[in-house]
Design a binder for this molecule. Sequence first.
Ligand SMILES: Nc1ncnc2c1ncn2[C@@H]1O[C@H](COP(=O)(O)OP(=O)(O)OP(=O)(O)O)[C@@H](O)[C@H]1O
Length: 646
Amino acid sequence: MTDDSGDPAAGDPVVSDPGTDPDSPDDDASEALSLDRFHEALEAEERPVATASEVARRLGTSQAAARDALAALVDRGDVDRLDVESDPVVFYPTDWGRLATRERVVAFPDRREIVVDRPTQFTRARLSQFAHLVDTTGTDPGTRGYLYRIRQVDVWAAPFEDADGLIASLRSVLPRRFDHLEEWVRDQWRRAHRFRLYTHEDGYVVLQAASESLMGNVADQHLDESHLRAPISETEAWVNEDAVAEVKRALYDAGYPVDDDRDLDVGDPVDVDLTTDLRAYQETWVETFLDARSGVYVGPPGSGKTVAAIATIAAVGGETLILVPSRELAGQWREGLLEHSTIDPADIGEYHGGQKEIRPVTIATYQTAGMDRHRALFDSRKWGLICFDEAHHITAPIFSRSAELQAKHRLGLSATPVRETGSEEEIYTLIGRPIGADWDELFDAGFVQEPEVEIRYVPWRDEMARNEYASADGRDRRRLAAENPAKIEEIRYLLAAHRDKKALVFIEYLDQGEAIADALGVPFISGETPHHERAELFRRFREAGGNRDEAGGADDDLDDLDTLVVSRVGDEGIDLPNAELAVVASGLGGSRRQGSQRAGRTMRPTGSALVYVLATRGSSEEEFAQRQMRHLARKGIRVRETNVAE
Ligand SMILES: Nc1ncnc2c1ncn2[C@@H]1O[C@H](COP(=O)(O)OP(=O)(O)OP(=O)(O)O)[C@@H](O)[C@H]1O
């Protein structure tokens, strides 16, 4: 576009007429230079930026006039200036600056991967609906790159009414259409809605297939007479009610997740209101759940899953069973319910080793609910809602039995859906599809404190220890690396360096736990610690002020318990809200799930959260530590590595 008249308004849609715009400086300089003419000057210079004297030369004006004209454009927001030390100031169109920070989306349709540089919040929110975040690169959120992948399960779980809605969302993010990819997505979507379970008006459960061939080729191939009692029609079969969970699992494994529309009675109503305002993402979780009537809230520890679950209990309003892995957690749930809702304390029952009450809201341990002698009681009810806390537990055989209990709504909570065995899909079959936010978004929004994780490679104490390791094999090797005595000194050092932080030291082997606890003069909690003693130590730890003495042990006030050595027993599900420092001294042969739980323990909304992972240098622990921590890094958590000097 050219502007021969010299009038910036003529034929120039970008710059408004200064004469009619009361906000624009009304002087000769701004009239002398339109944004278009500045563009021409840049083109002539063949550079993206220009100095005032270059503009003056190209436009045939004085340098002072060009400077004034550029200043007017800067005032108007059309041009930006960049002061480069010791060089003359350069100018460039504001739009170009925006381009440089704009997101860039690249799709690899064959791999079903999408790479986004500097994604906007909008793009990330969209992507998290139908793709899963595999990796991020870079630590600066401003320049971070994101790799997303669309898996089968992501399409199955996508929260849309129909495939068109999902495709529209996909198109809104991708730079152009990819027919092949869209076809694949549609195909996956179709698969997820081919089978349905519903309750016949006479009360029995029916499996309905979308076509005869699906019933004949898929259902009949994967199910037998223990699952299906008899055919009703070419597309329907009468389901053995005891085998509903198996039916769902078998079809899921065959690539056909089942819509569960069974009509189950709700028991005693639960009349409670939430007293805490939900955050926007929690509202989305609850709405998504209520639409699907099943699902797993997946978010980092501290992200508000429990509060969202309490909101769900209030919204469902039906008799509720909450399953938890330990008695400690049952107590915490009771407190959470009382804190965040108007529930009458008399309406909360606990059902475990200690007490056995069934109330409108019953909190039971998986253990007790799965036991044969109690199971019938839980089985005989049709719950309005079952909430599976720490949902990854239910894949272990003892817990999976409780997953077969009947419920109108099934809700799982999990911070760590990934398991080494790849059975994350099993959680979703048994409970429902994952519902969650992008972890990065939660960190970015400040809802969850991002912990710093540091792997510290500890040398062997001496040549003898190193040689012993070299000549040992198998389990002995792993144990020697885990128990490397040099770690005790390292723990002492770390505790002293963070004297104001309450600390948990995690160990795998009991002997090592005792040795560390002895050396530090602090208690050691293991599976052998009696329940009441454990509860008392946790109480003291929760109430402690966090101020360790020189030796790294407890401070002068003996009641002030700010350091605990904990074995596996403290590893899962037990909530120690004020642990600001975690040292993982051993246990690196474990699974990714453990890695993220340990790190997760300290991911709390308040206080700084530091996790040190000790790995013996030159042992298999190095590799384990890196693998676990890569898993965390993928979740957007900063991981550092340090070599401890010999
Ligand atoms: N909407 C909210 N408004 C204010 N505080 C909230 C909200 N949601 C959660 N919190 C607070 O954030 C903290 C963590 O919440 P919550 O216990 O629900 O997280 P979680 O994801 O269940 O954690 P974990 O996995 O460790 O059990 C709690 O102190 C809770 O009171």
